[in-house]
Design a protein around this ligand. Sequence first.
Ligand SMILES: NC(=O)c1ccc[n+]([C@@H]2O[C@H](COP(=O)([O-])OP(=O)(O)OC[C@H]3O[C@@H](n4cnc5c(N)ncnc54)[C@H](O)[C@@H]3O)[C@@H](O)[C@H]2O)c1
Length: 373
Amino acid sequence: MNGKQQLRIGIVGAAGRPRAFKQAIADHPRATVAALCDVTEERLRQASAHFGAYPAYLSYETMLEEAELDAVIVGTPMQVHVEQTLLALKRGLHVISEVPAGVSVEECRRLVRAASRSKGQYVMAENCNYMKPHMTIANMVRDGLFGELYYAEGEYLHEVKALNESTPWRRVWQTGVNGITYGTHSLGPILDWMDGDRIAKVSCVGSGRHYADSAGRPYAIEDSCVMTAKTEAGRLIQIRLDMLSERPGALNYELQGTRGCYESVRYELLGSGKVYVKRDGEPKREWADLAEVGEAYVPDIWRGLPEAVVGESGHGGSDYVMVTDFLNALTEHKPSPIPIHRALDMTLPGLISQRSIERGGEWLDVPDSRTWE
Ligand SMILES: NC(=O)c1ccc[n+]([C@@H]2O[C@H](COP(=O)([O-])OP(=O)(O)OC[C@H]3O[C@@H](n4cnc5c(N)ncnc54)[C@H](O)[C@@H]3O)[C@@H](O)[C@H]2O)c1
């Protein structure tokens, strides 16, 4: 960081996903955008129009060389994350990478090596961990309200056939590989609730193939893929990914413990949900609204946010809360909120599920990246 102790951030893929991070960076007292990078003049113009007139680069390497950065936000398509993260970590820069961490197990190994050698911190930008209901549930779990946790479900249902046309990388990496290609949004909050646990084994099967793209080419992936997972502590988790089926989008979660359970609002992308908590002496089991019973468990970082931030900033305000937390950690020299091994706990099960589905749902071990160092 420079003399004024401002964290200087370079943003790559700046005309895409990182646009949602603008307000949180602007509001942070000790961080500033220092440079923008994208691959075409047109995209760079769009990025500059959004973020402001910062030095703008068509070459990522040149940005790293010239812009005197402390940190990089890697907001490029998923197949580019690792190569760009490695270049920044090698220079000792902090990296905030979009999800997933990487697209192959070999890439993930390279990430671990680079992260362990760098003086920069690695942070994975899993915004679902920061959604208000998910952080509230995490606090309720820690307070023991649900008892011992043993089961969870997550579903990411987001039809992207049209989006595949405007962002063709999705056609290759998200809907061109069978299995769980985009599982961190589902696994992130669940593993957070199951504090410290990780997935040890997965089996993945699919629902068959029912769709074609606009050119009439059938999708080679199965529409709905379901990964069943056992954690190291013996818990059961089920993840469904579907990016093709004709239906409105939904981000669903379910959690079960020995004293209670949580169900997110199905059919609503960012709804709150309902909980049941067992009360001794009360035989009747009734749902309660999370927004009411969870009020005392809402984390401080969510309190007092301006309405405009919650309403306008990405994903119901979770992008704002996440970026604020990351910038606080980096500027206060605290540990990464989502460090490399937690990022890989969310990423590796999906990569192994892609092998499992090829083998008819065979149960396969998920490597523990902590053993790679
Ligand atoms: N966390 C979330 O809620 C969320 C939402 C959307 C996307 N994502 C993730 O964010 C990433 C980007 O997704 P998107 O929707 O913004 O995609 P996009 O295609 O809309 O935007 C990507 C941007 O990166 C640029 N780009 C591509 N290759 C580049 C390179 N080599 N160097 C520099 N710039 C490059 C493109 O020109 C484009 O401006 C993906 O990994 C995706 O998985 C996360």
